[in-house]
Design a protein. Structure first.
Length: 172
């Protein structure tokens, strides 16, 4: 639904809000739909920008998905590897902005970390679905942070009868 000119509401979603709204199954469906659209010539464009400083950097990922309802999305993340040790902050912190592609209205500003984790895990699960040999007995996941358990959940959806080994540490 497109709001009349000058009338829109921008939602602000914290990390906890995002985690309540998104699950692995929904994320997988959305990522697969986007991959399929892009692979079949759908109206999806993307761009990257990276800036580097002494102790870290900033990266911007922008994308459009134009269809029945079009969206612009911009992810803005700071990556400061020393943060956990020196500042007690996560290495990566960021926000994602979602805009209506018909009128530019900002629809939402949300924490990007959970979305990034789910998107990456969904892409991994899709790769397992389409690229794994028939009948694998074990899948090994090499990941750190919350990525390992989220990736395992996505792979379990595609390969439910396969043993999953996790290598790495859980760091929130």
């Amino acid at each position: 639904m497109t709001a009349p000119a000058g009338q829109f509401e921008t939602r602000i979603l914290t990390r906890a809000d995002v985690e309540r709204c998104l699950d692995a199954e929904t994320s997988i469906e959305a990522v697969e739909r986007a991959f399929r659209m892009r692979g079949t010539g759908g109206r999806i464009e993307s761009a990257l920008l990276g800036l580097h400083g002494e102790d870290g950097g900033l990266h911007v990922k922008a994308a459009t998905m134009l269809g029945d309802r079009g969206y612009f999305a911009v992810e803005l993340n700071a990556n400061f590897p020393g943060n956990p040790r020196t500042n007690g902050l996560p290495t990566i912190q960021g926000v994602l902005g979602l805009f209506d592609a018909t009128n530019g209205a900002p629809l939402a500003v949300m924490d990007s970390i959970s979305i990034t984790l789910l998107r990456t895990a969904a892409a991994t699960g899709l790769a397992a679905r389409y690229l794994a040999r028939d009948g694998p007995a074990t899948v090994t996941i090499r990941a750190i942070r919350r990525m390992s358990s989220i990736t395992a959940r996505c792979r379990e959806l595609f390969l439910p009868h396969v043993r999953h080994r996790l290598l790495g540490r859980e760091i929130v």
